[in-house]
Design a protein around this ligand. Structure first.
Ligand code: BG6
Length: 471
């Protein structure tokens, strides 16, 4: 059955599959609470729970999740807001594979049948849930919001797309990449395109290289079995880091449709040749093999460093270096745009060519922008690096959190922040050679910056710059 391609009209209802899972505990309930606080939840929130859960237990879980997540964020809970959220909560219990569960759901929804069905569940369940929803007439005119990972390689991503398209039109599928809900990824679009200073130099004539770092200073902890089957490349590069790269590299979007930005990003992906395993380093932190759920002798990587290229007029010849890892020296996600070095200028008191200008977008923590320039050292006639800094929170005020933004976008029918089928398939295509012929995994010390051989990727070009960690 092919679903109607009409635009969903009534998206007031939110139905959450996986509402008792870890993601919901840490992110979803807090996001719902924040939306409730701003009075942005339009209708009921239905939690789909296992047969041994009931409404009271879900209410307790919701209360506990909001309290814990708010505490972690250093915020008190506003009891009146929480009460309003709990009041909205409905519960449907049953097995996700059983038709009866969906009949019960349809009955609970009554006339509010069209909505957002949010699948925070393992991807193996996506197609079954979509089909069951369609069988009871709930897919028509609704949206299906699905969590990552979307496939584990190109073939599985294609197969999953095909299965979902049997019951849903592409416009009804909202693929989540929570990085797209992060404020700095939106900020950078304004910085790049709303200032005439940057765009003229944002190309191969002025930029020598781009470095993307996503470092985490913690291990895989209680996610051993998920992570061991996934690894760093699939966990954060295929989705988060390539989306971040495309945001930095895309051409200016034209028009204001949901597809304006997504079209430009896909154009970047299309211009990227398949990644070369000769420019790929994999690492595993010492101690990873002792984590619960990790297979004995596992060669899953907890660190990757790679080079990718974009073969178009803007970027040809500019290497993009990406690195991501667990148990590294710091927690920081940034993109560093490194300009060409200036010529040697004897009168500046510098015997060699001065350091390059850099623009750094820090995504986490404490998002901001840094312009690293050379100025005169007051103590001597020589240049010294000095950062010009903009901290978004401090200068511009507080902003929405990623899941708050994405759930709201889904409920109001804004699709621009979700990943389209073509982007998913292109990103898997780019990384396919690395997935298929991975190099050996090298051990690294927890608390370090990963295996030494990551440096060899940059040999002859530059070296990894220390990320912007301190304030
Ligand atoms: C998730 C990955 O998608 O993103 C995790 O599965 C990772 O391994 C997380 O830790 C990082 O997200 P954030 O928003 O904390 O940078």
């Amino acid at each position: 059955m092919v679903a109607s391609r009409s635009t969903p009209q009534d998206t007031g209802t939110l139905v959450v599959f996986g509402i008792t899972g870890d993601l919901a505990r840490k992110m979803t309930f807090r996001a719902l609470y924040r939306l409730e606080h701003r009075r942005l939840l339009p209708g009921p929130v239905v939690g789909m729970v296992a047969p041994d859960w009931d409404h009271q237990r879900l209410v307790e879980r919701a209360r506990q999740s909001v309290t814990e997540a708010n505490r972690a964020a250093g915020e008190d809970v506003d009891e009146a807001v929480l009460a309003r959220l709990l009041d909205r909560l409905r519960t449907v219990s049953g097995d996700y594979g059983e038709p009866d569960t969906y009949l019960a759901l349809a009955k609970t929804l009554g006339s509010a049948r069209r909505g957002v069905f949010y699948l925070a569940v393992p991807p193996a369940l996506f197609a079954t849930i979509a089909r069951r929803l369609a069988e009871v007439g709930l897919a028509d005119g609704s949206y299906l919001m699905v969590e990552k990972p979307f496939g584990h390689d190109l073939a599985s991503a294609r197969a999953l797309n095909e299965q979902l398209h049997e019951v849903l039109a592409e416009e009804q599928i909202l693929r989540v990449d929570h990085f797209l809900g992060k404020e700095p990824l939106l900020d950078v679009q304004y910085l790049r395109f709303a200032n005439s200073l940057f765009e003229p130099v944002w190309n191969r004539h002025h930029i020598a290289a781009v470095q993307v770092t996503m470092a985490e200073n913690f291990g895989v902890a209680d996610r051993g079995s998920f992570y061991d089957a996934t690894g760093a490349l699939r966990d954060v590069v295929q989705n988060h880091l390539l989306q971040l790269l495309a945001t930095m590299a895309m051409d200016p979007p034209s028009g204001a449709t949901d597809d304006a930005v997504r079209d430009q990003k896909v154009d970047v992906f299309r211009a990227m040749p398949d990644a070369d395993p000769a420019h790929y380093v994999r690492g595993q932190y010492r101690g990873y093999l002792d984590v619960d759920g990790v297979a004995a002798g596992s060669t899953t990587e907890t660190y990757v460093a790679l080079r990718v290229d974009i073969d178009n007029w803007r970027w040809s010849g500019v290497p993009f270096f990406l690195r991501a890892g667990k148990s590294l020296a710091a927690r920081v996600t940034e993109v560093r745009v490194v300009f060409h070095r200036p010529p040697r200028l004897a009168f500046l008191g510098e015997p060699t060519r001065p350091e390059p200008t850099q623009i750094v977008l820090r995504v986490d923590p404490d998002p901001g922008l840094q312009l690293v320039v050379l100025a005169k050292d007051p103590a001597r006639p020589a240049p010294r690096r000095v950062p010009l800094e903009l901290l978004f929170g401090e200068a511009l005020g507080q902003f929405d959190e990623p899941y708050e933004r994405l759930l709201h976008a889904a409920l109001v029918g804004d699709h621009s922040l979700f990943v389209r089928e073509d982007a998913v398939e292109e990103t898997w295509r780019i990384l396919a050679p690395l997935v298929e012929t991975p190099p050996v995994v090298e051990e690294y010390e927890p608390g370090s910056w990963g295996p030494q051989s990551a440096d060899t990727l940059l040999r002859g070009l530059s070296s990894w710059h220390d990320p912007w960690t301190a304030r």
